[in-house]
Design a protein around this ligand. Structure first.
Ligand code: PRP
Ligand code: URA
Length: 209
């Protein structure tokens, strides 16, 4: 049974609050994307399976835990997901990284895919799709459909800010995917932007526009 988790940790709320401020600098915004992604990832990896391995401490032999199976793969949705992936790699440096390039057509709000490159063994891995914004849900839904078309099944989706409309659409399209949300905002405006939101995540990360 998949779950939708809205993070209530004070650190996450505090950091997202700073990201929303329109005068927050590009550098600070970018750093915060990585930090909040790391904090959400801590929760999103809570249920990973562990297995026992034998090791030797400087004093004795003992059994410790390690993450079982074929390990993890982070899949940022370009552009804005890239800095979330960087943050998560601080926690899980051995994760593989796949990339899906997707942008919204500004008139129709429909996602347009322009790139997809995944590790060859992605189907054996636990996949964490990351994108700061879940607005209409079109980009996340299309990205996850791309993964499923390649026989990938163990998929989680992490975002910093979501609109209720996007959450509903993603849950309906991919009911098997766990969703982790830094902040659930109020609604979309007439241009498909999340309110109160933080504006265009890609533009704020890269200083474009
Ligand atoms: C933003 C964001 C998501 C998408 C969310 O990307 O990073 O990918 O919009 O909107 P949706 O849920 O309505 O699909 P954008 O299209 O601005 O591309 P960019 O990251 O290249 O700027
Ligand atoms: N994409 C963004 O970057 N921000 C929004 O509010 C909606 C879509």
């Amino acid at each position: 049974m998949s779950q939708t988790t809205i993070m209530d940790h004070p650190l996450i709320q505090h950091k997202i609050g700073i990201m929303r401020v329109k005068t927050t600098s590009t550098k600070e915004f970018r750093d915060l994307v990585a930090e909040v992604a790391m904090l959400i990832c801590y929760e999103a990896t809570r249920k990973l399976e562990l297995s026992d391995i034998e090791i030797e401490t400087p004093l004795v032999k003992t059994t410790v835990k390690e993450i079982a199976g074929k390990k993890l793969c982070i899949v940022p949705i370009l552009r804005a997901g890239l800095h979330m992936a960087d943050g998560i790699l601080n926690l899980i440096p051995n994760a593989k990284v796949g990339h899906i390039g997707m942008y919204r057509n500004e008139e129709t709000l429909e996602p347009v895919e322009y790139f997809c490159k995944l590790p060859h063994d992605a189907a054996e891995r636990e996949i964490f799709v990351v994108d700061p914004m879940l607005a209409t849900g079109g980009s996340a839904i299309a990205a996850i459909s791309q993964l499923k078309a390649r026989d990938i099944t163990k998929i989680h989706f992490l975002c910093l800010i979501a609109a209720p409309e996007g959450v509903k659409a993603l849950q309906a399209a991919h009911p098997d995917v766990d969703i982790f949300i830094g902040s659930l905002d109020e609604c979309l405006n007439e241009n498909g932007y999340i309110l109160p939101g933080l504006g265009d995540a890609g533009d704020r990360i890269y200083g474009t526009k």
